[in-house]
Design a binder for this molecule. Structure first.
Ligand SMILES: Nc1ncnc2c1ncn2[C@@H]1O[C@H](COP(=O)(O)OP(=O)(O)O)[C@@H](O)[C@H]1O
Ligand SMILES: [Mg+2]
Length: 324
């Protein structure tokens, strides 16, 4: 398979008055052409930082200490701002987690969508208007015409999310980065949006980096999965081995928390404890205080590196969950 996006040893931090937040630590991930890579982890684990770093949209107080991001043969971290703008306009689109603030507040929704369509395809304004309307309808808007005339501040968060999604999809990106695109939406709409993402992949051989905290979404969508904990990729595998033989205790715990169709009535056990303070990350494994597999070595040694435990299945753990 051909890699479309490769992330190597990416380390990103933010300066804050309380100290440096280490949002991503030596992250390695690969997204292949025509595939969906899900990045899953709890809130605060660095997922949105990853999306913004790829897009070249990190805020001023950030620092990329190390790493390389390669898209096709372009070194994204060293690309000029003009080239990045061009890529964002033509090939890579991001659905922001916070959709409302990503839309232009001084232009109505309709013209924003039409503009996106017009810069991409050889089509008339009239046709662009129709495409925009259809897309909004598909995203579950009962009255797309009315929405097209409105401004983002007048719409709810869920509505803005759907507008963003429509905008990302009409651009027919080669690479779609979707940051929790369905959180806060009802299940029917969530299913519809996930379906549209799968169609984009199938029909245009696009690749998707799908960010979520929901293992159910991972199961429904992913080819490959990167599990991220406190800014570290702790497990990286194909979706089938990951669900059948989760190796990292964190992944195992996330899967335990998932309701199962074959075990009705099973209680959903929330993961006990809290993630570590990202300003004072320990030298040892960050998952240690919450881990049911912890051994002495986990307390004394520096955090484990990702190693291949079976073909294509990487785990960063000294005492992985043994498959049954
Ligand atoms: N602009 C910022 N300034 C300071 N800290 C930030 C900023 N953005 C994110 N962070 C911190 O970086 C860490 C990772 O955040 P984020 O990438 O948003 O996580 P996630 O998307 O997984 O919830 C968190 O500790 C968060 O508070
Ligand atoms: Mg986020």
């Amino acid at each position: 398979m051909t890699a479309l996006l490769t992330i190597e040893d990416l380390t990103v931090s933010f300066g804050t008055s309380a100290g440096r937040v280490k949002a991503l630590n030596n992250v390695n991930l690969t997204l292949d052409e025509g595939q969906i890579l899900c990045v899953v982890g709890e809130s605060g684990s660095g997922k949105s930082t990853l999306a913004l770093t790829i897009m070249g949209l990190l805020p001023q107080n950030s620092e990329i200490a190390d790493g390389r991001i390669t898209y096709r043969d372009i070194d994204l971290l060293r690309a000029g701002s003009e080239q990045m703008r061009d890529l964002r306009g033509r090939e890579i689109s991001l659905v922001f987690q916070n959709a409302q603030s990503a839309l232009n507040p001084i232009e109505a929704i309709g013209p924003q969508l039409e503009e996106a369509i017009l810069t991409h395809g050889n089509t008339s304004l009239r046709n662009a208007n129709k495409m925009a309307e259809d897309m909004l309808y598909e995203m579950g808007m009962a009255d797309p015409k009315r929405v097209m005339g409105q401004y983002s501040f007048a719409l709810s968060g869920g509505m803005c999310q759907r507008v963003m999604m429509a905008m990302a999809l009409v651009m027919r990106p080669k690479l779609l980065i979707a940051d929790e695109p369905t959180s806060g939406l009802d299940v029917t709409l969530q299913a519809e949006i996930l379906h549209r993402i799968r169609e984009l992949v199938k029909e245009q051989n696009a690749s998707v980096l799908l960010i979520t905290h929901d293992m159910g979404v991972v199961a429904a969508m992913a080819n490959d999965v990167g599990v991220i904990y406190a800014g570290n990729v702790v497990e990286d595998a194909g979706v089938v081995p990951l669900f059948r033989r989760p190796q990292h205790p964190y992944t195992w715990s996330l899967l335990q928390a998932l309701p199962r169709i074959d075990e009705p009535g099973k209680r959903i056990e929330p993961l006990p404890g809290n993630p570590p303070d990202m300003i004072k990350l320990p030298a040892e494994c960050p998952f240690l205080p919450r881990c049911f597999k912890a051994q002495n070595r986990c307390r004394t040694d520096p955090k484990p590196r990702l190693v291949e435990i079976e073909q294509g299945h990487m785990v960063a753990c000294y005492n992985p969950v043994v498959p049954d």
